[in-house]
Design a protein around this ligand. Structure first.
Ligand SMILES: [Fe+2]
Ligand SMILES: [Fe+2]
Length: 154
């Protein structure tokens, strides 16, 4: 494999920080939900934690293949709230950050014609967009159909 553009390494490093921030946030929120006695929702966020951990692992593997040592720093603080709806609003913001980051990474790789890195980031981009949609579905479930009917009257 030829030398990779330093900015691609930059995108990888920032991606690792964001994914580890997501691990920290989902782990924290799962623990909160558990404390509130909402075990099912806690499990759902634990599964998210594992997904984000697998993303972080893929990035670590890619960095090692490129010959650089992972060195994530500056995790974002885990965002908390007083109920699940509040937690999910924070999660939507974090997923949006990830989606934006991978979108930028893909565009840059296209620009420099680094097809292998492009494919790597594109896969993560797609998965984070799925996460974003999943979160929106969950938020809609919480709001419930009665609320939607209220809205439809106006
Ligand atoms: Fe992720
Ligand atoms: Fe995600």
């Amino acid at each position: 494999m030829g030398a990779v553009h330093p900015r691609v390494l930059g995108f990888l490093g920032r991606a690792l920080s964001l994914e580890l921030s997501a691990v920290q946030q989902y782990m924290t929120q799962a623990a909160l939900l558990e404390q509130w006695g909402q075990s099912e929702w806690a499990d759902r966020l634990r599964r998210e934690t594992v997904e984000e951990m697998k993303h972080a692992e893929r990035i670590v593997q890619r960095m090692l293949r490129l010959g650089v040592a992972p060195a994530a720093s500056q995790l974002l603080p885990a965002e908390t709230a007083s109920d699940l709806e509040g937690l999910l609003r924070h999660d939507a913001v974090l997923e949006e950050l990830l989606i934006h980051h991978y979108g930028e990474a893909v565009r840059f790789c296209v620009l420099i014609a680094d097809g292998e890195s492009e494919a790597f980031f594109r896969e993560l981009w797609n998965e984070e967009r799925e996460h974003g949609e999943e979160l929106q579905r969950w938020q809609r479930e919480l709001v419930g159909p009665s609320h939607l009917e209220d809205r439809a009257r106006f």
